[in-house]
Design a protein around this ligand. Structure first.
Ligand code: C2E
Ligand code: CA
Ligand code: CA
Ligand code: CA
Length: 281
C-alpha cells in the first residue's frame, strides 16, 4: 500500500506534496510551541559608537525535535497563516516584561528595546490597544520601546499606518524603518511617516568597503535620514573597518557581530555590565 501511495503521490508532484506537508507540520509545531513556552527572546546590543544604548529583541524557537529553528524559516509562514498574531502578541508582552525588569536596575534602566513587528500584526485592528496593554500589564515605560516596521507595511492602508503610529507616539513609543532600501517605500511615503529612525539594511553594509554601489547607497541613506531629522543605525556590522567607514559618513549607531550576536537575556546583561566596567575603569 505504501508503494502504491508513493506512486500516487508522484503523480501529484512529490516535491509539492512534501512541501505542503512540511508547512502543515511546521504550523502545528508552532502552535504547540507557543503553548509550551518554546519561544524565547534573544537580545542584540545596539551601539552609539562604543556605548550600548539599547538592544533589538530577536525571536528564537527551541524546537524539541529539530533544535533551534531560525526565524527566517518560521516568521514568513507565521505571517501567511496568521499565527504571527498570537506569536507577535507574545513577543510584545515578553519584551515589555523585560523592559520593566531592566527599569528596576540602574545598570539597565537607560536601555531601549526594539521589537520587530510584521505588517500583518501591525495592520490588525486592535494593534495599538494590544501594545498599550502589553506596556501597562508589565508596567513598562513606553518611551523605552521602539517598534521596527518594514516597508512591506506600506503595501496596505498608509493612512491607517500613520494613525496607529501617531497614537503610539503619543505615549512615547519610537519607530524605526527596518531593512531600509530593500522594499517598496517611496520617498513620498517616507516623508509622511512619523518615524524616529532608519535602519540601513545589512545587505548594503556587507560589502560597503568593496562595492562602490553599496557604499553610495549607505551614504545616501545616512544623508536622507539626517536631512529628514531621523536617526540612522546600521545593522549587520561585522568588522571594525565597516564601523569606521560608517562613522566617517556620519552613521555612528550600529549593531552587528562585531560586538555580539543576539544573546539570551542573562548573557546580554553580563555584556552590558562588562562594558560599563571597562568604560568606568
Ligand atoms: P531583521 O529584523 O533584519 O534582524 C536582523 C537579522 O540579522 C537577525 O537575524 C540578526 O541575528 C542578524 N544579524 C545581526 N547582526 C548581524 C551581523 O553582523 N551579520 C549577519 N550576517 N547577521 C546579523 P535573525 O535573528 O535570524 O532574524 C531574522 C529575521 O526574522 C529578522 O530580520 C526579522 O525580520 C525576523 N524576526 C526576528 N524576530 C522577530 C519577531 O519577534 N517578530 C517578527 N515579526 N519578526 C522577527
Ligand atoms: Ca529588525
Ligand atoms: Ca524612545
Ligand atoms: Ca535586515
Amino acid at each position: 500500500a505504501k508503494a502504491a501511495g508513493r506512486n500516487t503521490l508522484r503523480f501529484y508532484d512529490p516535491l509539492m506534496q512534501a512541501a505542503v506537508h512540511r508547512r502543515a507540520t511546521l504550523e502545528l509545531d508552532m502552535r504547540i510551541g507557543l503553548e509550551r513556552g518554546q519561544f524565547e527572546l534573544f537580545y542584540q546590543p545596539q551601539m552609539d559608537r562604543d556605548r550600548v544604548i539599547g538592544c533589538e529583541a530577536l525571536l528564537r524557537w527551541h524546537h524539541p525535535r529539530d533544535g533551534f529553528v531560525s526565524p527566517a524559516a518560521f516568521i514568513p509562514l507565521a505571517e501567511e497563516t496568521g499565527l504571527i498574531l498570537p506569536l507577535g502578541e507574545w513577543v510584545l508582552r515578553a519584551a515589555c516584561e523585560q523592559l520593566a525588569r531592566w527599569a528596576q536596575d540602574p545598570a539597565f534602566a537607560h536601555l531601549s528595546l526594539a521589537v520587530n513587528v510584521s505588517p500583518r500584526q501591525f495592520h490588525q485592528s486592535g494593534f495599538v490597544d494590544q501594545a498599550l496593554a502589553a506596556l501597562a500589564g508589565a508596567g513598562a515605560d513606553a518611551s523605552r520601546l521602539e517598534l521596527e516596521l518594514t516597508e512591506g507595511l506600506l503595501l496596505q492602508d498608509v493612512e491607517d499606518t500613520i494613525r496607529k503610529m501617531v497614537r503610539l507616539k503619543g505615549y512615547g513609543v519610537g519607530f524605526s524603518l527596518d531593512d531600509f532600501g530593500t522594499g517598496y517605500s517611496s520617498l513620498a511615503y517616507l516623508k509622511r511617516l512619523p518615524l524616529d529612525q532608519l535602519k540601513i539594511d545589512q545587505s548594503f553594509v556587507r560589502d560597503v568597503l568593496t562595492d562602490p554601489n553599496d557604499a553610495a547607497i549607505a551614504r545616501t541613506i545616512v544623508a536622507l535620514g539626517i536631512s529628514l531629522g531621523l536617526r540612522v543605525i546600521a545593522e549587520g556590522v561585522e568588522t571594525e573597518a565597516q564601523r569606521v567607514f560608517l562613522e566617517r559618513h556620519h552613521c555612528h549607531a550600529w549593531q552587528g557581530y562585531l560586538l555580539s550576536r543576539p544573546l539570551p537575556a542573562a548573557e546580554f546583561e553580563a555584556l552590558v555590565r562588562e562594558r560599563a566596567a571597562q568604560a568606568g575603569g
